[in-house]
Write a protein that binds this ligand. Sequence first.
Ligand code: IPE
Ligand code: IPE
Ligand code: MG
Length: 255
Amino acid sequence: MLPFKKWFGSKLNSEELISRLDTDNIPNHVAVIMDGNGRWAQKRGLPRVAGHHSGMKNVKKITMAADAIGINILTMYAFSTENWKRPKEEVEYLMKLPLEFFPKEIDELIANNVQIRMTGWQEGLPDYTLKAIQDAIDQTKHNSGLILNFALNYGSRKEMLSGVQQLARDIADGIVTADAVDDAVFSRYLLTHPLPDPDLLIRTSGELRISNFMLWQLAYSELWFTELCWPEFTEQHFYEAVQEYQRRARRYGGL
Ligand code: IPE
Ligand code: IPE
Ligand code: MG
């Protein structure tokens, strides 16, 4: 293996980068906060939505990169419960992206045995957005390869609050006892159930925050940030993140 400094930021191609990874230590679940689309566009004198379009095209590329090294679950944060605060035109544009993305990419996703999933609230999403996603979920539900999970209309506090409300109802109904509520039981009340927690979180755009994403699930995830905006984030950067993940010692509070 090359020393970190020489390796990092080098111009190695994907195959060379893959060959440097430890195949016994590939993260099972990688989550990505795909941020910086708007700034990427604005830096180029383009409207913010051009950044969203470019960002959409990048999803397939990174999905294939993840699949190529045996990652099992890739969660992409596409729209938060707070993103409804944005101008109506931008929200509408974002809601129409699945109508372009899935028809264009579904054949290749199916050919690669990818399963589409969604984590988030259906309520509030336009019917056409939901239909595009539901069709993709249905078309890929018998696939057994990489799970490409879109966090769409997702927010972690809302997820935990509705989980707690349901848990309180189940305790009142005698379905669960309060004393039996442990990590595993609580996890069943979250939208991400039955997916395992992310091993690695990647956030693009230079923001060093979590923005209400998987607050419970990220408790022991390795965090990796880059200044790059999402549309300029390549397979090579993705493999750099995985390489860095493999350098970390995950201790979970132990020694
Ligand atoms: C991420 O890019 C995509 C969504 C949040 C939908 P942004 O739209 O947040 O881009 P910036 O952060 O404003 O540059
Ligand atoms: C997080 O990005 C949400 C998504 C990438 C979908 P934001 O752009 O919404 O986050 P903040 O507002 O900078 O925290
Ligand atoms: Mg942003």
